[in-house]
Ligand binder design. Structure first.
Ligand code: Z7Z
Length: 405
């Protein structure tokens, strides 16, 4: 994105609050309105600029020099406000500080490093699906029984967490993802347990708390090699625990919801289970479990003719970019024949989700297991949303299934 001296128009203004309950529950209409209003819109409510079109969101994501993360990727500006916890060394950092922690996690979570988990995770998924069908029958809540049960079973083990307190993981993530938004009632609702949840998570990040062969211990080994400082290691473990659970849970739920409402696509997956990965990415594109985050302008910057002043926060609507009709044909359709690559549901550029291969592996295992045992899948009631300032999340997803014979 270039700086220009040319006079620039001021952006159209919207008074909408994207973090209000109605817009969080049904973001589509606001997204369309913002995309149609222009490439840049000013949100008067928060005094920030917003990008809702694919082209501008993508451009901002790949230009980390102009759109920094170090001032926080939430509404709060870390240059003036004290963050609720010590900033993430990956997410809330820019090069060069960002790079060493990123390299360490990139190697630990690389597809090749995950290969040895594949077989165990597939067995776990087959076992879980078998148990759910045997114990719960043909109608159950797919959010509890599958989308949250599966990651909570395999991921904490892979990190190397002990058996106690795992029920804190989802509430901690819910709190962290709410904290990127404004200080609204969603944030206040968790205020009383910030201390307790943070204390538990921080205690899991020490070398002693982690089992010998997990991701966590490999992070500490990187510190022993000198690739990280000993002070950085626990914060990198904390990143896994913050960003690795809720995101995959709601991503899996997005995929299950999409299939429960698109029986033809379920048949396609049953015929070609190797589509599981692309199906997950298509569900992530269409639902965008991570809806939004912010960047901060490091300089006065011109976006499509609008001047954004240095230091302003810029809200990126990933979920809107992923359904921008200028980029996607028939964007609201869940379509396994589409190529969803290029979606920004995992971000883009140097901060693009470092755990995406973990998420895809979880999805592949769970969807494959389900496709082996379930011939038909449909909603058995109205799914309920759980509101979060950042995540498009669920409270329940009642389904009815017809097992294979
Ligand atoms: O490092 C971290 O603690 C961390 C927390 C949240 C990393 C990433 C995220 C995140 C992921 C934030 C997706 C927004 C969207």
């Amino acid at each position: 994105m270039t700086e220009t001296a040319a006079p620039s128009a001021s952006a159209p203004v919207s008074e909408a609050d994207p973090f209000s309950a109605p817009h969080l529950a049904h973001p589509g209409p606001l997204h369309q309105q913002l995309r149609e209003a222009g490439p840049v819109v000013r949100l008067s409510r928060y005094d920030v600029h917003a990008l809702a079109r694919y082209r501008e969101v993508h451009t901002a994501l790949v230009d980390w020099q102009t759109f920094q993360s170090g001032a926080g990727v939430g509404l709060a500006d870390f240059r003036h406000e004290r963050p609720w916890r010590p900033p993430s060394l990956l997410l809330e950092a820019d090069p060069p500080h960002h790079d060493a922690p990123r390299r360490v996690l990139r190697d630990i979570l690389a597809p090749l490093s995950l290969r040895r988990l594949g077989q165990r995770w597939q067995e776990a998924a087959d076992h879980l699906v078998g148990t759910v069908l045997a114990e719960r029958g043909t109608e159950f809540d797919a959010f509890d029984a599958l989308a949250s049960a599966y990651p909570l079973q395999v991921f904490p083990d892979a990190v190397g967490l002990g058996p106690h307190g795992r029920e804190n993981l989802l509430p901690y993530g819910n709190m962290a993802f709410n904290a990127f938004g404004p200080r609204n009632d969603l944030v206040d609702a968790d205020a009383h347990r910030v201390g307790k949840l943070s204390a538990w998570v921080n205690a899991q990040c020490t070398r002693e708390a982690l089992s010998e062969d997990g991701f966590g211990t490999r992070i500490w080994a990187a510190a022993d090699r000198g690739d990280l400082t000993p002070a950085q290691a626990p914060l990198v473990v904390r990143s896994l625990l913050t960003a690795g659970v809720d995101t995959t849970v709601h991503g899996l739920a997005a995929a299950l919801y999409a299939f429960a409402t698109h029986p033809g696509e379920w048949q396609r997956l049953r015929e070609r289970p190797e589509l599981a990965r692309v199906a997950f990415d298509e569900a992530v594109r269409r639902q965008s479990p991570v809806q939004t985050f912010f960047r901060t302008a490091t300089t006065d910057v011109d976006i499509a003719g609008t001047r954004i002043p240095q230091g302003s926060k810029i809200l990126l609507f990933l979920g809107s970019a992923n359904r921008d009709p200028a980029r996607w044909t028939d964007p609201d359709r869940f379509d396994l024949t589409r190529d969803p690559s290029g979606h920004v549901g995992f971000g883009m550029g140097i901060h693009q989700c470092v755990g995406q291969h973990v998420a895809r592996l979880e999805a592949e295992c769970l969807l494959t297991a389900l496709a082996r045992r379930v011939a038909h899948l449909e909603l058995a009631g109205e799914p309920r949303r759980h509101l979060n300032n950042t995540l498009r999340s669920w409270a329940s997803l009642p389904v009815r299934v017809r097992p294979t014979t």
